[in-house]
Ligand binder design. Structure first.
Ligand code: ZN
Length: 632
């Protein structure tokens, strides 16, 4: 996933504390048999030591009137205990109507089942009693309209305004809100799916798509590579497709497709660049699906088809680092996957490092250096705001917590700094070969931090004894601050921006600034505005706005930092545009700080509450719960 604003989780929803041992997945899971090599994932109830899902078959109908997916999920299981008679699955608020079990897929018999009491963090364990020879279960069920992993949009919330839209977001543990499943990244499965939709809509899944006629209302998908549950994804809407190269293309609503294909036209080059560094792209196609603006994230690395926010389409490719990031997950994350959410840095730290290498190779060092500086700034802010000490380290403690509650940019940025440090100590070529070997030797596996450390020691540290000390490695893993021996990024371009800002603050005319900034990218503008004092002379602010058209910026990132400055300065001329922005966009990184800033004063909070009254319906459930928590 592309960094969501760190602050969301630190202030979100009020961590739901599950203090009684009885409500932790650890306690709900039957005793471990002892023979398994699987790591303990604290976020699942599934008894994965006894049954492992190898293949999933979905047959689901999307009903936009009732806002439900309903149908069947069949799990084909590998049995690790020949006498076991209970399969435990994860679920959250699912309406289960029938469960059957089978040993051959031909004869099915009704199975008894029960739910354990639900916990806010993890949902309910679904316990299915099966005969000792059964290795398949088939569940007939429906999702509730409020399913946490699904967002149902009305036509008004789309670009085309004519058809409704549905999309899923399963990471970290929301697959269980739309499929009864072993919802842990430690388990990988292939799947087949049949999705039935209203005839005028198109279904897209993160899988191979069997060519289907638009208008048939039935779509078939096949995922031949084994993936963890959090990478199952679906979108349904008035979707069109435009190819960009033989293996890349864009899905979007017809109104949005041309601009998206133009913005992302370098995707094939990015894939080739990444393949040259880290080995073959192993997923067949790589497409991008541009969602309506209410998508709460930047992007989600669903295999074969990245889901992306439209807010990165700004016309000058300055925000395509998002594509580099999601594409990089095809190696770090999707191919080699964190086995538990406490190992999240293996997904995101690696991906952030890879992202910047791709950006550097395709767009040059200037852009990648700016991204590194911005990442460092985000890291500093996150570390200052996080309230649970362990969350400032690479491996947060997750017992009894929804992984979302520990979410921050720390695993992204601190993890990337760790890898940059290793690169510096061993040289880029050596480190690239090491990373490629890591991906090759762990392809389609779920891995732990301990496994990485063992591999690191064997295949990198030992090649140059003394280049890195044990103590340094330990500091990277456990420190809450950036180690003093980290390799800190530097950006000449942003230093120039700072000089321009200082000159303007010293009284230089806005015309000088207009000249200096004529070729600035999004990052340079964001850096300029973000670092302006929170108290500025009203006239100068208004001149700046008039001359540079900041209130009306079509670039959502620039508008975001400008609105924050406007709130701090009570520059009310920007507020009507800000209100439209907050109603139109649902990406948490862009809206939550605005609500938070407004909520610091009584009048601001009143304004925020009024805007939210209009905007809430258009937000994703996860964005709603964040803002609900802020304004309550
Ligand atoms: Zn990511």
């Amino acid at each position: 996933m592309r960094p969501v604003a760190y602050f969301y989780r630190s202030i979100a929803v009020g961590p739901i504390l599950c203090v009684m041992l009885a409500c932790s997945p650890k306690a709900a899971t039957p005793p471990v048999s002892g023979s398994s090599q699987l790591p303990r994932d604290m976020s699942t109830y599934a008894n994965i030591d006894i049954f492992i899902t190898k293949h999933l078959v979905l047959d689901l109908t999307a009903d936009f009137d009732s806002r439900t997916l309903h149908g069947t999920a069949e799990l084909r299981l590998e049995r690790r205990d020949p006498s076991a008679t209970e399969v435990v699955l994860d679920s959250r608020d699912l309406d289960v109507r029938k469960i059957e079990a089978s040993s051959d897929g031909a004869a099915w018999a009704d199975a008894t089942y029960r739910f354990d009491p639900a916990t806010p963090a993890f949902g309910s364990a679904l316990r299915v009693t099966v005969p000792p020879d059964a290795d398949r279960v088939r569940i007939t069920y429906a999702t509730p309209p409020s399913a946490k992993g699904l967002q149902w949009l009305t036509p008004a919330q789309t670009s085309g305004k004519k058809q409704p839209f549905l999309f899923s977001q399963a990471q970290a543990i929301q697959a269980r809100s739309f499929i009864p499943i072993q919802d842990t990244p430690a388990v990988r499965m292939t799947y087949d799916a049949t999705i039935r939709v209203p005839k005028e809509l198109v279904a897209v899944m993160a899988a191979e798509m069997t060519p289907g006629e638009k208008g048939s209302g039935v779509f078939h998908f096949h995922m031949p590579q084994p993936i963890p549950s959090y990478l199952i994804a679906i979108a349904i809407g008035d979707l069109a497709f435009q190819p960009m190269s033989e293996r890349t293309g864009v899905w979007a609503e017809p109104a949005a497709i041309a601009a998206a294909a133009k913005e992302f036209e370098d995707t094939e080059q990015m894939i080739k660049t990444t393949e040259a560094l880290y080995g073959p792209y192993r997923w067949g196609r790589y497409d991008l699906l541009v969602l309506p603006p209410s998508f709460p994230f930047g992007g989600m690395e669903n295999p074969r088809v990245t889901f992306a926010t439209p807010t990165v389409i700004v016309g000058d490719k300055s925000l395509v680092a998002l594509v580099a990031h999601e594409l990089a997950h095809s190696w770090s994350g999707n191919l080699v996957t964190n086995a538990t959410w406490a190992d999240f840095w293996l997904n995101e730290g690696f991906t952030t490092y890879l992202e910047r290498r791709i950006v550097e190779a395709v767009y040059g060092k200037k852009l990648s250096d700016m991204e590194r500086i911005i990442g460092l700034r985000d890291l500093g802010q996150a570390r200052a705001d996080l309230t649970v000490a362990g969350d400032r380290t690479l491996q947060p403690t997750l017992a009894d917590r929804d992984p979302d509650d520990a979410y921050s940019v720390v695993p992204y940025e601190l993890g990337a700094l760790f890898l940059s440090f290793l690169e510096e100590r061993f040289g880029r070529d050596t480190f690239d070969r090491f990373l490629r070997r890591w991906f090759d030797e762990h392809a389609f596996q779920s891995v732990t931090t301990a496994q990485f450390l063992e591999f690191l020691s064997k295949h990198l540290l030992s090649t140059k004894p003394g280049a890195v000390t044990d103590q340094e490695i330990q500091e990277w893993l456990h420190t809450e601050s950036i180690p003093s021996f980290a390799v800190m990024p530097k950006s000449d371009a942003l230093e120039k921006v700072e000089r321009a800002r200082d000159a303007w603050l010293r009284g230089e005319s806005v015309e000088e600034l207009v000249k200096t900034s004529s070729a600035w990218s999004t990052q340079e503008w964001v850096h300029f505005i973000d670092a302006l004092p929170r108290k500025l002379d009203g006239d100068r602010l208004s001149t700046l706005d008039r001359r540079l058209k900041l209130t009306d910026s079509p670039n959502a990132e620039i508008a975001h930092v400008w609105f924050r400055l406007a709130i701090a300065n009570r520059y009310t001329a920007a507020f009507p545009a800000m209100e439209r922005y907050m109603i139109r966009i649902g990406r948490r990184k862009l809206i939550v700080p605005l609500y938070r800033d407004l909520a610091t004063t009584t009048e601001g909070k009143a304004l925020a509450t009024r805007i939210y009254g209009k905007a809430r319906e258009g937000y994703h459930p996860v964005a709603q719960s964040t803002v609900d928590g802020l304004l309550k």
